[in-house]
Design a protein around this ligand. Sequence first.
Ligand SMILES: NC(=O)c1ccc[n+]([C@@H]2O[C@H](COP(=O)([O-])OP(=O)(O)OC[C@H]3O[C@@H](n4cnc5c(N)ncnc54)[C@H](OP(=O)(O)O)[C@@H]3O)[C@@H](O)[C@H]2O)c1
Length: 287
Amino acid sequence: MKASFANKVVLVTGASRGIGRAVALAFAREGAQLVLAARSVEVLAQVEKEVRDLGSEVLSVPTDVTSHGAVTALVDAAMNRFGRIDVLVNNAGIGKVGGIESAAFEDDVHQTLRASLFGMINVTQRVLPILRQQRSGTIVNMSSVMGRKAFSRFGSYAIVMHAVSAFSDSLRQEAADSDIQVSVIHPALTATDLLREAEEAEMPPPFRHMTPLSSEDVARAVTKAVRCGKRRVVLPRTANMLLLGEALSPRIGDFIATALTQRPIAGLLGMSRGKTYHETILSNPSR
Ligand SMILES: NC(=O)c1ccc[n+]([C@@H]2O[C@H](COP(=O)([O-])OP(=O)(O)OC[C@H]3O[C@@H](n4cnc5c(N)ncnc54)[C@H](OP(=O)(O)O)[C@@H]3O)[C@@H](O)[C@H]2O)c1
């Protein structure tokens, strides 16, 4: 077993399922001690057991990241148990699908901001002083490809993911004087429960045939980002072509986004290689 994170204390939010669960298990396989946070008590306890079965010390603390009191209790519990925090993975979040003209749009933005951005700010503000005192540590923030290029019908999510990217950029520069590393991860569509409630027809056209990443793909990118001190990771790498096009001109970005609606072009970029998001999700139990 690789033990790159032996005795390192890793706090993962949104650890009850999906990417957060995979991240927790990936760090556990590399020898880390884990602190797990999410709201669902029973599911979190199952992940705690999975981590313990891998031989790692683990503490799970049911937490709503939007609550200042709950986050203070989480960080206090982590410090009482382990005495330090080496890595914080700010992963908890939600996502909604719907056009800007839909009646729910404004509410979707508020809800997503609250969980995915203000939750992240809340946890970061409580952990950062500890990392500063240690003069070491890493904060990983989960954004999305949509934190750099929005798609139609994902406006509320993309607004918040752009905000997460900007928050990470400011944080990285503010924390640099304390040797604190900040990484931001931008995964493309991933096979988790995030969009399970959305009908396939509601998704923007390219997403209807895209093959999702697995949570394990994203977890590997997270552990590598921490190990190698990467500031920003986009996955799959081919998504960088879209982001480069967008950086040059929104016309080019939109052209590539539209081209991705053609399955062969998405296939050429490695984004349509097999089962779609809905085919993958429907063949997997909720997790
Ligand atoms: N799936 C994708 O396509 C994709 C792509 C790029 C980026 N991401 C990002 O990856 C992150 C994880 O998403 P996922 O895809 O793994 O979705 P998921 O399977 O729905 O998991 C979301 C996690 O966040 C937790 N969570 C949500 N609200 C919370 C709150 N207020 N307090 C504490 N925990 C909360 C959930 O646990 P409880 O419900 O138990 O609280 C769950 O553990 C999100 O930030 C998402 O934006 C996802």
